[in-house]
Design a protein around this ligand. Structure first.
Ligand SMILES: O=c1ccn([C@@H]2O[C@H](COP(=O)(O)OP(=O)(O)O)[C@@H](O)[C@H]2O)c(=O)[nH]1
Length: 419
């Protein structure tokens, strides 16, 4: 999984240099480890940087384990075990002499945000214990739940860094759409002042400095609107238990157990009721309606990168290639959702949830964010062999302290300010 190119922060951020042979002076190489404790899995990213005036990203090692830490809510020591297993990747990648100056950090996202505080912290305590026992450098605040605003901003930094859009010379940037299991993020640099001025609240705006440029982004993380949480919402299973949850988005004869966030649900199709795209759309619509804010400008924002479950489901639906990714229009998700939902058999080869998932993605993009049907999305898993995720942005933030902050009290009140 070696990275293919050097990513140079000094020549326009994310400027790509041809791969060089390793510098003779090994003290110029350093490492950093970021764990992504997501709702559906835990992942480790081991980054290799070459020290320059500013560091150059040389390589990423990536590995993941399912399920996420929240599945171990009743056996927290298993959370520690998961992290201990993944730390082996760091030990294999980082030379032994570097261990004591290589930072290890874990940030948890929606899975732990959705748990009661005490239970989430019981899981994090186990991780902290594993870190403390490890031979790596454990910085202050090395294990925590990440703020949702930062999740979107850091993924935006990752993608714009990797695509070379962060340099002061770069005229444009790319927006990002991240669909996790528990939450979903939208982040972009607005072209119009009105987009910032018409946000519902100050926490839709984040300001920060990165490598001599200042940015003010529209960003929001919707907890409960990740793909797995949306399944629960569509099934009416949020907070409920002890019954079979039926959906017109599932094949009529389908009945099974399904688990998320440490709970297991009985789910089934609706043998006597309706099935297909239209009734399914009505079910998923309630998960987005009145919840998702439609930014003032979206129509002609040049490019959005979409990753995580947007990517995975586009692959499952046969819309893009799993290696290369590809460009899709919003209406491609809709077309495929219709095709799949309108011929739901008892055992579709693509899995029983594909109709629900594609219909939810369509509703989220159109009725939720308000994208046009013709908006182009760049579906991406990796850029230059580096995982599309907030993790790289988070390690850059750790190394360079970007001081990300949300709109503060002095922020204009959208109700009273003069637009
Ligand atoms: O480095 C990563 C991190 C996440 N994912 C994808 O992100 C989705 C789930 O995200 P997660 O479990 O982190 O959900 P969250 O907790 O953010 O809601 C799945 O499709 C993963 O395969 C990925 O492809 N690479």
């Amino acid at each position: 999984q070696a990275g293919s190119s050097l990513l140079d922060l000094t020549h326009g951020i994310g400027g790509l240099l041809p791969r060089l042979s390793r510098p003779a002076n090994h003290s110029r190489i350093h490492y950093a480890v970021m764990f992504d404790a997501g709702s559906t899995g835990t992942r480790i990213h081991v980054y290799t940087f070459i020290q320059n005036k500013l560091p150059i990203l040389d390589n990423e090692m990536f590995q993941s384990i399912k399920p996420g830490l929240s599945a171990y809510v009743n056996s927290p020591e298993m959370a520690g075990h998961t992290v201990r297993m993944l730390l082996k990747v760091a030990k294999q990648t980082v030379p032994r002499v570097e261990w004591k100056r290589t930072p290890v950090i874990l940030r948890a996202t929606a899975g732990l945000r959705l748990l009661p505080k005490q239970r989430a912290h019981a899981l994090l305590d186990q991780v902290q214990h594993v870190f403390d026992e490890s031979p790596f450098l454990v910085p202050d605040d090395s294990v925590s739940i990440m703020d949702g605003t930062n999740e979107g901003v850091l993924a935006w930094i990752t993608m714009n860094f990797l695509t070379g859009h962060l340099s002061p010379q770069s005229q444009k940037t790319v927006g990002i759409l991240d669909l996790g299991g528990g939450s979903t993020q939208i982040t972009f640099l607005p072209k119009l002042r009105k987009t910032i001025e018409s946000v519902p609240s100050a926490d839709y705006v984040a300001r920060f400095d990165v490598f001599n440029s200042s940015f003010e982004l529209y960003t929001y993380s919707y907890l409960g609107n990740g793909l797995m949480a949306a399944r629960l919402g569509a099934l009416g299973a949020l907070g409920a238990k002890g019954t079979v949850f039926k959906s017109s988005c599932l094949p009529k004869k389908f009945r099974d157990e399904w688990s998320f966030g440490g709970l297991t649900y009985q789910v089934s199709g609706d043998p006597e009721g309706l099935s297909g795209y239209k009734p399914c759309y009505l079910e998923v619509q309630k998960v987005v309606q009145g919840v998702i804010h439609q930014p003032h400008e979206l129509q002609d924002t040049s490019a959005f990168y979409a990753f995580s479950y947007y990517f995975d489901r586009a692959v499952d639906a046969g819309l893009i290639d799993g290696e290369r990714g590809g460009r899709l229009e919003v209406r491609d998700f809709k077309r495929r959702a219709k095709e799949i939902c309108n011929k739901l058999t008892s055992s579709p080869p693509s899995g029983p949830f594909l109709c629900l998932d594609l219909t939810y993605i369509t509703a989220l993009l159109k009725d939720g964010f308000g994208f046009k049907e013709t908006t182009v999305l760049q579906l991406t898993k990796k850029v230059r062999n580096v995982e599309a995720s907030w993790a790289l942005g988070a390690i850059l933030d750790h190394l360079h302290n970007m001081k990300i902050h949300r709109g503060d009290e002095t922020f204009p009140n959208p109700v009273t300010c003069d637009l």
